[in-house]
Design a protein around this ligand. Sequence first.
Ligand code: NAD
Length: 340
Amino acid sequence: MAASLRLRGAASGLWYWSRRPRPAADLAPLRGVLLCSRSMASKTPVGFIGLGNMGNPMAKNLMKHGYPLIIYDVFPDACKEFQEAGEQVVSSPADVAEKADRIITMLPTSINTVEVYSGVNGILKKVKKGSLLIDSSTIDPAVSKELAKEVEKMGAVFMDAPVSGGVGAARSGNLTFMVGGVEEEFAAAQELLGCMGSNVVYCGAVGTGQAAKICNNMLLAISMIGTAEAMNLGIRLGLDPKLLAKILNMSSGRCWSSDTYNPVPGVMDGVPSANNYQGGFGTTLMAKDLGLAQDSATSTKSPIILGSLAHQLYRMMCAKGYSKKDFSSVFQFLREEETF
Ligand code: NAD
């Protein structure tokens, strides 16, 4: 059946969405989510959980678009500047769910996300029927599917919407969102995600956003290692790093790692390599994403030879003290570890 949502009308100044009755067979994908009274196309408070490197600028872009926020982070300092800006900071994910019927989570790993949703004071403890819960963390697609089932039992809607683009794109509102979930809810998700990203792409059922993200990050890891190796080799051969980057970026070796996020200090401004690899996308997070790619490759019997090597390399970096540095520090790792 075609889209089953329609804008019904205004009550108390808020727009309400409802679903037209569906034939029984067509109800299966929406078990328990028959009536949605979530406020739409209105600037009612949006919950935001996880105000780290990415969540911080993403939440600020929602603020810029006029959305009041209900904020929670397990690390209180992460909430400070939002509190100072007048946003409401609460003390658990459950409290966020009590006050907001649209919530975005931006957390490091599957474990953190499960804790935020299903923990003692998790979102599911107080989620309102019809709420829209969007998880933008990069996690295991199987976990997204499990969470979607739990959320559905509570009469709410879950979508996975991981992002690509890094901290710079998060700041400028130019992220790419890869969205998985019930297609009829995509427009509702797009209303918020469009404030933080320039590309919001519907991928299919729950978990497919994560699938797209995992493939992207495996390719990113491989291209970053390749860029670091090529830059290091060129420098050893006597080339000026800026000149080499310029040539790569006008040649067939050009990629995001070479032209937007170059790993060599001094080649570009405003990237982690210009700031001792602080901020950006942590090596530990990249190792985590490559682990997700490895698990997915095993379960689908897909060969990922370079992806597996990249996984080992990033795990080695974590063991050698690089875990908190940006993943482009693989350049520094190669230079410091080379014993050939
Ligand atoms: P981060 O570690 O900087 O931020 C995560 C935040 O979540 C922190 O403030 C932390 O205190 C908070 N947190 C952790 N557990 C929590 C809990 N149980 N309850 C509440 N808050 C909790 O991570 P990040 O770089 O912002 O990345 C977030 C997600 O986005 C990750 O899944 C990552 O893989 C993905 N991602 C990151 C980038 C990047 O460039 N940093 C790019 C694309 C995707």
